[in-house]
Design a protein around this ligand. Structure first.
Ligand code: NAP
Ligand code: 3JN
Length: 339
């Protein structure tokens, strides 16, 4: 699909009532995506609900087999099982699917795309383009320019992930637990396996046979696919923290050629999608509360790893719902239509 700026497109948002879907609706409007019709889809629970788009109330519809008639682009963020059920159907109806779930990310026939890193992969799509996991996206935006310059041999990453990554019910769980704690009420948990308020949980998603969590394995496998280098050694620890918006990551890399901290700062100061905030004298470094609502991936605390010859430490922060999900998907859609 390519076209002039005058062409308009019918866009479906599947999962429109969710944390990511809601942000997709806002970003389509903010970036003036050339929309002919926006079709808002969710589960039967939301059928008939109204959501605003471009100052109009749009009725949310239950997703079913007829949902994709006449749709050009379908943005999916309703979970992997819904993507597996409805994305092939949407493609058969003539839509191009940009899928935010893990359903197709590692499928060799499906490009896994971060526009600042591998936009060329979009061209080989067969109807579905996958959006990576939020923790992967922000890391590869910063690491790709370094990999191109000095080749990264090994990555050790620990994440500090906001509850919004789990969706709207998790945002409510952190709020409710915090209110209950301050009011000396019993603290209940439903979304997470333990209390998240005033706590850190070293578990995101379920455990795999190798004792890594699914989230950790997503970061490892998706990074190699996006950077197109299977030889990078990667290990990850994913931690949920009591933050509403913005994932933070401590990233340690070992490189083939030496890159000094100053050289890394210079390289990253004009890397696409990256904003360098690294002034320790002024106590300036990336913070989740400052990244929330912003489009960039922020990087700071860049320093040489003194325990090895060629290594760096970095602190990477981004809004997980925007660049980590909704914005990245809409950037892919913009490339598709040639904006
Ligand atoms: P959320 O806030 O819990 O929202 C879930 C959305 O899915 C709601 O709109 C919900 O509709 C809809 N849904 C649930 N069951 C459905 C069904 N049977 N048919 C159609 N829609 C259905 O979750 P979220 O944070 O927005 O995340 C949604 C999905 O996006 C996740 O499961 C994940 O796959 C993906 N995601 C990706 C990233 C990333 O890293 N790129 C980050 C976050 C999420 P109702 O309101 O009607 O229940
Ligand atoms: O936990 C986070 O911060 C990100 C969560 C992403 C997520 C949540 C539920 C299901 C995903 C994802 O995007 O990988 C999925 C999924 O699609 O498997």
């Amino acid at each position: 699909m390519s076209g002039s700026n005058k062409k308009t497109y019918s866009v479906a948002v599947v999962g429109a009532t969710g944390a990511v879907g809601n942000e997709m609706i806002s970003i389509l409007e903010e970036r003036k995506f050339p929309v002919k019709e926006v079709r808002l889809l969710a589960s039967d629970r939301s059928d008939g609900k109204k959501l605003e788009f471009s100052e109009k109330n749009i009725t949310v519809k239950k997703t079913d087999s007829s949902s994709f008639n006449e749709i050009d682009i379908a943005l999916f963020s309703a979970g992997a099982s819904r993507s597996k059920e409805f994305a092939p159907l949407a493609v058969r109806s003539g839509a191009i699917v940009i899928d935010n779930s893990s359903a197709f990310r590692m499928d060799p026939d499906v490009p896994l795309v971060v526009p600042e890193v591998n936009p060329h992969a979009i061209a080989r799509h067969k109807g579905i383009i996958a959006n990576p996991n939020c923790s992967t996206i922000q890391m590869v935006v910063v690491l790709k320019p370094i990999h191109d310059a000095v080749r990264i041999k090994r990555i050790v990453v620990s994440t500090y992930q906001a509850v919004s990554g789990t969706g709207k019910e998790a945002i409510e769980e952190l709020s409710q637990q915090t209110r209950d704690l301050f009011n000396y009420r019993e603290v209940k948990h439903q979304v997470y396996p333990h209390q998240i308020s005033f706590n850190c949980l070293p578990q995101i998603d379920i455990f795999e046979e190798n004792h890594y969590t699914k989230e950790e394995m997503k970061m490892i496998n998706e990074t190699k696919k996006i950077i197109e280098d299977d030889t990078i050694a990667i290990t990850a620890t994913a931690v949920r923290v009591p933050v509403f918006y913005g994932h933070s990551e401590s990233v340690n890399i070992e490189t083939e050629k030496k890159l000094t901290a100053d050289e890394a700062r210079e390289l990253l100061s004009d890397a696409p999608g990256v904003k360098l905030i690294d002034n320790i004298d002024a106590l300036e470094y990336p913070l989740a509360i400052k990244a929330a609502g912003r489009d960039e991936v922020f990087v700071g605390r860049i320093r040489e790893d003194e325990s090895i010859e060629k290594g760096l430490n970095l602190w990477i922060v981004s809004d997980n719902i925007r660049k980590g999900a909704a914005l990245n998907a809409i950037q892919i859609a913009e490339i598709l239509i040639g904006v």
